[in-house]
Design a protein around this ligand. Structure first.
Ligand SMILES: NC(=O)c1ccc[n+]([C@@H]2O[C@H](COP(=O)([O-])OP(=O)(O)OC[C@H]3O[C@@H](n4cnc5c(N)ncnc54)[C@H](OP(=O)(O)O)[C@@H]3O)[C@@H](O)[C@H]2O)c1
Length: 255
């Protein structure tokens, strides 16, 4: 039987990768976001921050894959309150599984966005809707964008000792799609990239791939968020699901 699946955040980095893979896996996908995707597949306007469109979108679906986020915006309104609204509507509509996408380390690293993701996880767990929570590590594209933001500077100030485990977004999406069934699985094993690397190592690989000769300088960051990233609390070295290394990804990207 075809699974009717609502995908929130469908136009985002992960959402775009999930949408095609859910379709290929036989899901009848309804994409949701505030602005439409560039193609003309099934899409519904939804704003998690004020609740617009949620109930109409969810009325007739079996599974929700919830990948909307406001990482650089009002994550309390979108990720926490928006998730609560979505769960309420999903409970009323009798959804069989809400798959919530989270990030490795959200319960340990007290970065405000992570605190909101952890609050959203708790809302998912407390809801009467059957659910699955899957945490992933940073996507290669996220690390790339971070390094692009310093690339023009003569010297790159970076938190060189932060430890990350970046993953190809397509590989993360493929792992998440496995949980998009009518069988809720609770908190499932983390989805991590193939290697843990420091930001300094990642930056040097990026610098080589770009053919740039800029020196790195360590940006001294105090506080528990920074010490959490330095300790590797955002990594899951025993869960190396992805196979595409940062070097492979960045070399292909810069070719
Ligand atoms: N980026 C990473 O490295 C990473 C790593 C691990 C896990 N994750 C998790 O993966 C998920 C997706 O992240 P991403 O990086 O793909 O996000 P993204 O590229 O920033 O995309 C965010 C999506 O959410 C939608 N959105 C934003 N505000 C909204 C609102 N008020 N109402 C409804 N939709 C809204 C956006 O579309 P509109 O703007 O058109 O509404 C977009 O489709 C998140 O749960 C994130 O925490 C990300």
């Amino acid at each position: 039987m075809t699974c009717r699946t609502l995908l929130t955040g469908a136009t985002g980095t992960l959402g775009t990768a999930l949408r095609s893979r859910l379709g290929n896996a036989g899901h009848d996908v309804l994409a949701a976001s505030r602005s439409p995707p560039s193609d003309d597949g099934a899409w519904v306007a939804m704003n998690l921050a004020d609740g617009t469109g949620i109930r109409g979108a969810i009325a007739d679906v079996d599974v929700v894959v919830h990948a909307a986020t406001a990482a650089t915006g009002d994550s309390e309104a979108v990720d926490v309150r928006g998730t609560e609204r979505l769960l309420e509507a999903a409970a009323d509509a009798g959804v069989s599984n809400v798959v919530y996408v989270s990030i490795v380390g959200v319960d340990e690293i007290p970065y405000s966005y992570y605190r909101h993701k952890a609050a959203a996880e708790r809302a998912v767990e407390a809801s009467s809707v059957p659910s699955t929570i899957v945490r992933a590590t940073q996507f290669h594209s996220f690390v790339f964008d971070l390094l692009e933001s310093v690339a023009r500077l003569p010297v790159w100030p970076l938190p060189t000792a932060f430890r990350l485990q970046p993953i190809d977004v397509g590989e993360a999406a493929a792992a998440i799609v496995e949980y998009a069934t009518s069988e809720p699985a609770g908190r499932v094993p983390d989805v991590g990239g193939p290697e843990v690397r420091t930001v300094g190592e990642l930056a040097r690989t990026y610098r080589d791939a770009k053919g740039l000769g800029r020196p790195l300088v360590r940006l001294p960051l105090p506080g528990k968020t920074a010490s959490g990233f330095r300790s590797g609390d955002g990594t899951c070295p025993d869960r190396t699901v992805g196979t595409v290394t940062w070097r492979e990804w960045v070399t292909a990207r810069c070719d």
